[in-house]
Structure formats: C-alpha cells, structure tokens
Design a protein around this ligand. Structure first.
Ligand code: DX5
Ligand code: ZN
Length: 215
C-alpha cells in the first residue's frame, strides 16, 4: 500500500474548492502544495491567499513543498497556514540542520528534498532529524514532465542507508508519476507518491488515487 499525495499544482484554480472536495472524498493521504518563488525554480506558482483557500476547503494534511530560496525565512508562515509536512530543498538551505529544527519546533514534520543531480549520500548526517526525504524525479518547477529513471536507483540507495541507521524515514517521489512509473517507484522502495497531472488530468481522479494507493 503506497501513500498518495496528489499535487494541487495541477488542480483547476477556477474551481479549487471542487478539486479539494474531490480529495476529501478520495483515499489520498495528503494534499501536496507546490510553492515556487521564481528564483530557486524558473516558475512562480501561488502564495498565501491560495494556500489559505486550500486549507479552508481541504481536510487532508498539507504536504507543502517549498521550492524557494532560503526557506528558513518562512517556517512560521507555513505553520500559521496549517502545513503538516514542510519539505525544504537541500540545495536551498545554507544551514539545513537549523531549518529542520525550526520546522520541528513549530510542530510540523520536517522533510528534506533533493534535486535530481544531488546524491542521496549527502543526507547521511541529517536523516535521523527528518520524517521524510522527497526525491525529485524531475527538475522542480513544472508539472507534466518526464520521470527521470535514475531516481529509482537513488531510492534504493537511500532505502539501504535508512535501514542501516535503523530509521523509519519515509521516501517520497515527485514528478512524472503515471501508470508506468508508479509501480516501478513502489518496487524501488518508495513510500509516498506525489502525482499532479496523472491524477487531475485523469477521467476519474478518485479512481486514479485508489489505483495508486493499492500499488
Ligand atoms: C514540480 C512539482 C510537482 C508537480 C508534479 O516541480 O514539485 O509536485 O506538481 O507534477 P506531475 O505529477 O505532473 O509531474
Ligand atoms: Zn512538488
């Protein structure tokens, strides 16, 4: 059984409440919220007013993915917005350990995210402090990109390190999840599947989420 975190980046923002309602009625474990600043990634997604609306309409825990430079500046803001999990990029934090502690102190679950080019081995000394590692299987910034297959090998290597350290850290994957890649991801030891265009672009999103959950 995989955990599923549908990405609201692919929702219909003209009918956001309806898409949140769909998630509420689905077996999704989280709602994935992609925040982009146009600096860390070459795109801007949405900000505080939209996230407030998501929180108002969606009763799934928010799995917030910060694709922003120096995310430590906004930890208290995302606590106030009601985030449950706060993902920060390894590449965006000068003092990752401090940022992780701030997230924990604010009562959220800290998660660290790696770009495709960053090896999992850099996390050895921080793994025990995070609840989850998010492996990007596309370069962050846009939905609907192609899954980078090498992510599967990274997931297997990360699973070995987590087991060696006797931890319960979850592995999440984000980008290009579909009928072909989702089963491969689960087989490689990934616990949580983020899916944007695959879920919201499908004819029956509730059934698509159910299918992902049962992998
Ligand atoms: C990309 C975002 C993803 C995105 C995934 O930078 O982090 O969460 O929504 O979209 P799909 O599932 O369409 O690749
Ligand atoms: Zn994301």
């Amino acid at each position: 059984m995989a955990l599923v975190s549908p990405s609201l980046l692919s929702a219909d923002f003209g009918h956001l409440a309806d898409d949140c309602e769909m998630l509420n009625n689905s077996e999704a474990d989280y709602a994935h919220v992609d925040v982009m600043d146009g600096l860390f990634v070459p795109n801007i997604s949405f900000g505080t007013p939209v996230i407030k609306a998501m929180k108002r309409h969606c009763n799934k825990p928010l799995d917030v993915h910060l694709m922003i430079t120096d995310p430590g500046r906004y930890v208290t803001l995302f606590r106030d917005l009601g985030a449950s999990i706060l993902n920060v990029h390894y590449e965006a934090c000068t003092h990752l350990h401090r940022t992780i502690q701030q997230i924990r102190d604010c009562g959220m679950k800290p998660a660290v995210t790696l770009n495709p080019a960053t090896p999992v081995e850099v996390l050895r000394d921080i793994l025990c402090d995070v609840d989850m590692v998010l492996l990007m299987s596309v370069n962050p910034g846009f939905g609907g990109q192609k899954f980078i297959t090498r992510t599967l090998d990274k997931a297997q290597r990360l699973r070995t390190i987590i087991d060696e350290q006797g931890l319960k850290t979850l592995i999440e994957v984000d980008g290009g999840i579909d009928t072909t890649t989702a089963p491969l991801a689960v087989k490689a030891g990934i616990d949580v599947l983020v899916a944007g265009s695959f879920v919201f672009g499908s004819k029956n999103p509730i059934e698509t989420i159910k299918w992902l959950k049962n992998l």
